[in-house]
Design a protein around this ligand. Structure first.
Ligand SMILES: Cc1cc2nc3c(=O)[nH]c(=O)nc-3n(C[C@H](O)[C@H](O)[C@H](O)COP(=O)(O)OP(=O)(O)OC[C@H]3O[C@@H](n4cnc5c(N)ncnc54)[C@H](O)[C@@H]3O)c2cc1C
Length: 419
């Protein structure tokens, strides 16, 4: 049998969450590995060219107000990039700079395919690992070095790895929510578009977007600015709603951009519409809608009072959000109504030793969908693992000083996330 490589902690995914929690863990005396299927910040690099961060960056760290898009207490994308609203590529450059600065052990091109508790294996892994080359061991360690936590065998595209703890940081960009309406196979999810300008060059000049929150309005602005005509359909009227929590309504940055084009005759916003199905027609697509049953209609908007059909020559665009990418950890988490069930330390409720981090962390109905929210759980996970493995964790106090250490969940009020 080939001895698998060994780590105290395997972090899966090198996006904002994986790199951020990796840095927090790297401050402790632990042997960690960050495994990334593509490259650091791969999801950000897949954003449409025109898309920008809606949360602003500002180099305010030295005043105790960490840049909203920073993933460590002492870095700032605004400072690194000279940008207030970075593009996806720029933010990925920031993540790469953080990896380099902290000398984070990120292994790219490594796809994690299966994660099994060692306790369940009973020698069966001997066969599974014989056929593959192992990842190079950091310290030549082997299975026998796992602690009482039980440990896990990770089957990866680069060979087996045994880790005491696993932190799942695979994000949700890889799991667009597409199966939401009848005929959705005729549609294109906004995450599949590389650039709104090139989309108008290749697809046409008239578009219909299903979903009017952040992604939908971003697509509408991008297409409009590329010269196209756009109709946006939504069950509610996100562009007319107000709430103090930016997770509930469109961000100021989005509203600001929308305001510039809202009176254009190339933009139509239709709220109060439930899309029932999308059909292929001889000259394009038909989108059947019915009036949505909405009780608290915002003032100043018009409700639909009868079913109607919109015709569009191009594939309707789905701006319908994302599901958490669970893949090989699916058996290790309970998911209720799209919400991954977690302990108050962000650990699986059924498989101790597997943690979850990123925009799909939810507590008390609050989604930690923005970076400035989910980053506050990095030190919580690092502290939990560090304490279990008996290493000093006081160094994580720097996160508390920078208001990046949320271990008291009583402050969380229920809300929702539409990014
Ligand atoms: C369109 C959009 C706009 C957003 N805008 C903002 C914003 O303005 N401000 C804000 O704060 N937040 C924003 N968010 C929310 C959040 O910041 C992003 O979702 C962010 O990408 C989450 O980071 P992550 O590390 O969890 O996921 P990702 O950045 O997606 O990283 C996950 C990584 O895991 C890798 N991976 C997946 N599966 C495996 C596997 N099996 N093995 C190995 N590697 C794997 C992927 O290749 C990827 O690199 C936005 C989200 C979306 C979708």
């Amino acid at each position: 049998m080939i001895d698998p490589a060994y780590a105290d902690v395997a972090v899966v995914g090198a996006g904002a969450a994986g790199v951020g929690v990796g840095v927090a863990l790297s401050k402790l005396d632990l042997d960690i590995r960050v495994l990334e299927r593509e490259r650091v910040g791969a999801s950000f690099r897949a954003w449409p060219d025109e898309m920008r961060f809606i949360t602003p960056s500002f180099p305010s760290n030295s005043f105790g107000l960490t840049d909203l898009n920073a993933i460590t207490p002492d870095t700032s994308p605004a400072f690194t990039l000279d940008r207030e609203h970075p593009s996806g590529d720029e933010y990925a450059n920031y993540l790469e700079a953080v990896v380099e600065y902290y000398e984070l052990p990120v292994e790219t091109g490594v796809d994690v395919r299966e994660i099994q508790p060692l306790a369940d294996l009973d020698g069966a892994n001997t066969v599974a690992t014989e056929a593959v080359e192992p990842l190079s061991a950091v310290d030549g360690g082997t299975v026998s070095e796992t602690t009482d936590s039980g440990g896990f065998l990770l089957e990866t595209s680069n060979g087996p790895l045994v880790a005491d703890h696993v932190v799942w940081a695979a994000g949700h960009f890889g799991s667009p929510r597409t199966n939401v309406i009848s005929g959705s196979e005729h549609c294109l999810h906004t995450s599949a578009v590389d650039s709104w300008h090139s989309h108008t060059d290749t697809a046409g000049e008239e578009f219909l977007i299903i979903g009017g929150y952040e992604s939908g309005i971003d697509a509408a602005v991008g297409l409009h600015n590329a010269g196209a005509s756009v109709r946006v359909l939504d069950r509610r009227w996100p562009w007319a709603e107000r709430h103090p929590d930016p997770s509930e309504v469109l961000a100021p940055y989005t509203l600001e951009r929308l305001k510039k084009i809202v009176d254009s005759d190339r933009l139509t916003l239709n709220g109060g519409r439930d899309v029932e199905r999308v059909r292929r027609t001889d000259d394009g697509f038909a989108v059947d809608v019915r009036p949505a049953a909405v009780e608290d209609t915002p003032s100043g908007v018009n409700s639909a009072d009868e079913s109607e059909t919109f015709h569009v020559p191009t594939r309707p665009l789905l701006a319908t959000g994302f599901e958490p990418t669970l893949g090989p950890v699916e058996p290790h988490f309970v998911v209720e109504e799209s919400s991954v069930q977690l302990t108050d330390r962000d650990e699986s409720t059924t498989t101790p030793g597997v943690f979850f981090v990123g925009p799909d962390v939810t507590h008390n109905g609050v989604k930690f969908c923005f970076i400035y929210k989910f980053r506050a759980r990095f030190p919580v996970i690092a502290e939990s693992i560090g304490q279990r493995l008996g290493v000093e964790t006081d160094v994580l106090e720097e996160y508390r000083q920078q208001n990046m250490f949320l271990d008291d969940l009583s402050c969380c009020e229920p809300d929702m996330c539409d990014c």
